[in-house]
Design a protein around this ligand. Structure first.
Ligand SMILES: [Zn+2]
Length: 415
């Protein structure tokens, strides 16, 4: 049994040897043909492209390409003085080496630090010359829309719509104060995203930024547009040019006086002993409407001895606000209600432990009480009247791009 197996193996081996021999012969023949082709064409360049890896230095890479230490020194100096390049970035920079023939010295080096720039070094009669080449930016707008289906998260629906993951994460961040992605997602909600893709020489190199978002939220459609202000800073705005990145209002009732501030030790006016004051009190007459400090969802509505009639609203993953001593709640605002920023949720009163009518307002960040007057919140960025006019023009352009892409989704447009 063992013997016959050996015989079969020997036969197989013979066959393999023949096959390998044929393969080598073919490779050798094709190499000869290629070599011949190069020789007749003469000027055809041999190029090799590498991506800079961790630990790669210009000296190391140039040494591998056969450069002398003197040449490496010359090239390093010229790169620094004329192109401002003093080091290589691992996993980002690419380098192309070109030579006239396989065994000829390198006569051209192209350093590619990003999709829109190339630094070309050419050797001309022993002299290295540097040339910086700016590649025309090719930013294309891509439009994707989708619908939440039963049991979907926004992430799943977004991936199904073909929106790249990085873009989805940006959309999450932009909508963080508008939606609660755990609780406000319902089957049948539509959404769309317009975003950039960067191309160089016809090839996609990266996803760009989110340009516009539309989301049919529970409280109505949320729209956002990107706009670059004349000073170069970028922001996102609603259709009318108001800052779209929502935040919380430090003072829910406009122009209300602070009658008692946030403190970890305070003499309580009713209890008469020292007690923490985990919110800010705003003096206002009984019946003054109390607007929600931000968009969110009512998670508690009730009465307790300290706060009296109170409402607690969850705004996003990390913020909640509480409103106390209300005389009454607004109609239709109960646990589970989605509220907009500025929506009236109740009216000032003096229920609970209060000496007079006022709003007791608390901000809870990640479960901890924070001072509403000093906590770091995203700034609400409204445009000046002149920038608003410019924004409206851009918004119209974006809207018309969306109209085109809605009809022909396979198309891409450039703004
Ligand atoms: Zn208070």
């Amino acid at each position: 049994m063992k013997k016959s197996k050996n015989i079969i193996n020997a036969n197989c081996l013979a066959q393999i040897i023949v096959l390998v021999a044929i393969l080598f012969a073919t490779i050798a023949a094709s190499l000869l043909i290629t070599k011949h082709g190069r020789e007749t064409l003469g000027l055809q360049e041999c190029t090799s492209q590498i991506t800079v890896s961790n630990g790669d230095t210009l000296t190391k890479l140039l040494t591998e390409q056969g450069f002398s230490l003197q040449d490496i020194d010359t090239i390093s100096k010229i790169l620094k003085s004329e192109a401002g390049v003093s080091g290589l970035r691992a996993n980002s920079d690419k380098i192309i080496f070109s030579r006239r023939a396989d065994d000829a010295p390198v006569t051209k080096i192209v350093l590619i630090p990003g999709p829109w720039q190339q630094i070309e070094l050419t050797c001309n009669e022993g002299q290295w010359i540097v040339k910086k080449i700016d590649i025309e930016k090719d930013e294309r707008l891509i439009y994707k829309n989708g619908e939440i289906k039963d049991g979907d998260s926004f992430y799943i629906a977004g991936m199904r719509a073909g929106i790249p993951e990085g873009i989805l994460i940006d959309v999450y961040d932009l909508l963080a104060f508008e939606m609660d992605f755990e609780r406000d997602i319902r089957a049948g909600q539509n959404f769309s995203v317009l975003y950039e893709e960067n191309y160089a020489s016809g090839e996609k190199v990266a996803n760009g930024r989110v340009v516009a978002i539309s989301f049919q939220a529970l409280r109505g459609e949320v729209k956002m547009y990107r706009f670059r202000k004349p000073d170069g800073s970028i922001g996102y705005y609603d259709e009318d040019g108001n800052g779209a990145i929502k935040s919380l209002k430090r003072t829910p009732i406009n122009n209300a006086r602070v009658s008692s501030s946030f403190s970890m030790h305070r003499l309580h006016p009713v209890l008469g002993f020292t007690r923490k004051h985990l919110g800010v009190d705003f003096r206002a007459g009984t019946g003054t409407p109390i607007p929600s400090a931000g968009g969110g969802r009512v998670v508690a509505r009730g009465y307790n001895n300290g706060h009296g009639n109170f409402i607690r609203i969850r705004h996003n993953g990390s913020y909640e606000t509480l409103y106390g001593h209300m005389s009454r709640f607004a109609k239709g605002v109960g646990v589970g209600t989605s509220v907009r920023q500025g929506q009236i949720i109740g009216y000032v009163g003096s229920t609970g432990l209060a000496t007079g009518p006022h709003l007791h307002y608390e901000v809870i960040k990640n479960g901890m009480h924070v001072n509403p007057m000093t906590v770091k919140l995203p700034a609400i960025d409204n445009l000046s009247p002149s920038n608003k006019a410019k924004f409206i023009e851009i918004r119209k352009l974006i809207d018309s791009a969306i109209t085109v892409l809605l009809k022909k989704p396979d198309l891409f447009v450039q703004l």
